[in-house]
Ligand binder design. Structure first.
Ligand SMILES: CC(C)(COP(=O)(O)OP(=O)(O)OC[C@H]1O[C@@H](n2cnc3c(N)ncnc32)[C@H](O)[C@@H]1OP(=O)(O)O)[C@@H](O)C(=O)NCCC(=O)NCCS
Length: 157
């Protein structure tokens, strides 16, 4: 991020050392005035419906202020969340994003997330979503219901 001719970078802070089990946010602050320019909110919980049970991270929210986009702030926040959840032994990280949200889809797929399922009319506005999954440990994809792609997902993109 550049201010005048000086390269400055956002400050990233994690307010609580035991984050993710109770989902407090990780924040990016403007280096000039410490205002909030980005936030990611995650949680980590056991999914007993899977066999064997999996420890699943979930990214509930990611947002960067419009003026600060395109400088890698969201990439850094997501990488911090991935690292924090991997350190806590997560098996996978999941999230949903609107199928029309190209910046978010590009960001997550660049970081290794895979489209696992299309969720038709998932949002109140009638738009569909993709569930995206980042596998942190070896997984049997054939046995996972999360990887049940619809036919229209198989069309070339
Ligand atoms: C989606 C969103 C979080 C992305 O935030 P961002 O900070 O702009 O994302 P990044 O800067 O990390 O990545 C965006 C682009 O900047 C590029 N970039 C990364 N670091 C860069 C740098 N140092 N300098 C220039 N560009 C950079 C990335 O390569 C990426 O380009 P690409 O899309 O062509 O691959 C943001 O647009 C947003 O808040 N949108 C509204 C809320 C939303 O949709 N949230 C996601 C819901 S799932």
């Amino acid at each position: 991020m550049f201010y005048g001719n000086q390269a400055l970078y956002p400050k990233f802070c994690v307010p609580d050392s035991d984050l993710l089990t109770i989902s407090p946010p990780t924040q990016a602050l403007d280096p000039v005035d410490s205002s909030l320019i980005g936030v990611i909110i995650c949680k980590l919980e056991m999914h007993a419906s899977h066999s064997p049970a999996t420890l699943r991270g979930y990214i509930a929210m990611l947002a960067v202020s419009a003026a600060s986009r395109g400088h890698g702030v969201a990439t850094a926040l997501v990488k911090m969340a991935i690292d924090a959840m991997a350190q806590r032994n997560a098996d996978e990280i999941v999230l949903e994003t609107e199928e029309t949200n190209i910046p978010a889809m590009r960001l997550y797929e660049r970081l290794g997330f895979l489209r696992s399922k299309k969720l038709h009319r998932y949002y109140l506005n009638g738009n569909s979503a993709y569930r995206l999954v980042l596998l942190l440990k070896p997984t049997d994809l054939d046995a996972s219901t999360d990887f049940a792609l619809d036919e229209d997902d198989l069309a070339p993109r």
